[in-house]
Design a protein. Structure first.
Length: 226
């Protein structure tokens, strides 16, 4: 005895079976029984769209690796070809490397995806050595202390001479700054000593004035008494 109030009938025209646990096709949204719920079982009207959307890669049972299947290709035939060929590795697409900008600092092997060029020496560096103070930048085009040794030629004499002149100028500037600082300190000490002497003189003058005033007052008192 069938109970039509329980379960639903299969939507396939050749079946119409009453199923207590029916399936709903996710593509055509119709109700089907266990025998007709697959796309091939009920001739789904959205089968083509469903095939394009559902692209699953079969796994080889021998090498446990995915076997790529083109759209519309029989996956069983493709699997047989894969096993017959001895389970070769799937072909991978070759792409250009991303991190191609190597750092020119000495001993640094970092590479960056985008070039970071120093505005002074016009060489590429990584984020760690991008600042001029981090790679001992030299405007001649080569880092003076941390340059890359790959294919680097020796510096000409003129470049070395310029480097020496820059060092001498830097030393002279440092010496001049030291002399100025020493002179300023000496002048400050002299001014402080002069101010101290002036304060002492003012104190002595005020003391003498108070003593003179006190002596004059005493003399005046004596005259009044006499």
């Amino acid at each position: 005895m069938e109970l039509p109030s329980i379960g639903k009938h299969c939507s396939d025209t050749t079946c119409s079976q009453l199923d207590f646990l029916p399936f709903t096709c996710q593509y055509c949204k119709q109700i089907y029984c266990q025998d007709h719920w697959r796309l091939e079982g009920h001739q789904c009207p959205n089968k083509e769209a469903a095939t394009q959307q559902d692209q699953r890669v079969p796994i080889c049972p021998l090498c446990d690796k995915p076997v790529p299947v083109k759209r519309g290709e029989n996956p069983n035939l493709r699997m047989e070809q894969h096993i017959a060929a001895g389970c070769p590795e799937p072909a991978t697409t070759t792409s250009k490397p991303i991190y191609t900008n190597s750092c020119n600092a000495k001993g640094c092997k970092n590479r960056s995806a985008i070039p970071i060029v120093c505005q002074s020496c016009r060489l590429n560096y990584c984020l760690k050595h991008r600042l001029e103070t981090d790679h001992a930048c030299s405007p001649s085009g080569r880092p003076s202390g941390n340059g890359n040794g790959n294919g680097a030629a020796k510096k000409p004499n003129g470049t070395a001479s310029n480097g020496n002149n820059n060092n001498n100028n830097s030393n002279n500037n440092n010496n001049n700054w030291s002399l100025k600082a020493a002179n300023a300190a000496r002048n400050a000490r002299a001014a402080a000593a002069a101010q101290q002497r002036a304060n002492n003189n003012n104190s002595n003058t005020q003391s003498q004035s108070r003593q003179s005033s006190s002596a004059g007052k005493k003399d005046k008192d004596k005259c009044i008494i006499s």
